[in-house]
Design a protein around this ligand. Structure first.
Ligand SMILES: CC(C)(COP(=O)(O)OP(=O)(O)OC[C@H]1O[C@@H](n2cnc3c(N)ncnc32)[C@H](O)[C@@H]1OP(=O)(O)O)[C@@H](O)C(=O)NCCC(=O)NCCS
Length: 175
């Protein structure tokens, strides 16, 4: 079974991350500078998944604002989808949330992005509203999704269940 590790993203990872960003969002994507700024920002936590040859396969970013964590970006290299890598990244973010006494996690997602919405629903995120015409490239609406309080048993039990079902790769989480 392939082994992967989750590591905190540094400026040295930006080139590898940007390569996936361009592949996943060919027309409208973050600039390299946005990633450099994010990894230097104390409010932000960015992680990537690397294989044993240090190739970057996926990444996630978030900001903590008091008791809420906002997920800013998440992408998996198209050749490595379906391997539970997105789940592993969300698990990593949630492990940090439990360490930092965060209560809620939120994000915005394109209304048409069924794979991502289904992923978040698996983690019990719920749609709480819509930002109309949020995306500048095509005027698409954003769905605003929130967890319930992540310390509630239903949320935690579901989280632990997902974590224990990661079985397509062997994973080492970040500290
Ligand atoms: C969405 C994305 C992150 C999923 O990554 P992944 O590593 O393939 O996802 P996982 O293997 O961890 O799958 C987790 C869950 O996501 C959902 N999912 C993933 N791909 C899906 C698809 N094509 N259709 C429906 N649901 C899907 C399922 O609930 C799946 O759980 P299951 O296997 O038990 O059904 C990936 O497709 C991607 O990078 N998309 C482009 C970027 C993007 O949309 N990012 C989110 C922005 S908000």
């Amino acid at each position: 079974m392939q082994h992967v590790k989750v590591i905190k993203m540094t400026s040295e990872d930006v080139n590898g991350v940007f390569h996936i960003e361009e592949l996943v969002h060919p027309k409208h994507h973050w600039s390299k500078n946005s990633f450099y700024n994010e990894v230097a920002n104390n409010l932000a936590s960015y992680y990537c998944i690397k294989d044993d040859n240090n190739n970057i396969l996926a990444y996630i970013g978030s900001w903590q604002i008091i008791e809420e964590v906002h997920i800013t970006t998440l992408a998996v290299h198209p050749n490595f989808r379906g391997l539970q890598l997105a789940q592993i990244l969300l698990i990593q973010v949630l492990l940090n949330c439990y360490k930092k006494m965060v209560k809620y996690v939120t994000l915005e997602v394109r209304e048409s992005n069924i794979p991502a919405i289904t992923l978040y629903q698996k983690f019990l995120f719920e749609s709480i509203g819509m930002r109309k015409n949020y995306y500048q490239d095509n005027g698409e609406n954003a769905v605003i999704m929130f967890t319930q309080n992540i310390w509630y048993d239903t949320f935690k039990n579901n989280f632990n269940n997902i974590k224990s079902n990661i079985n397509k790769v062997a994973v080492t989480y970040a500290e």
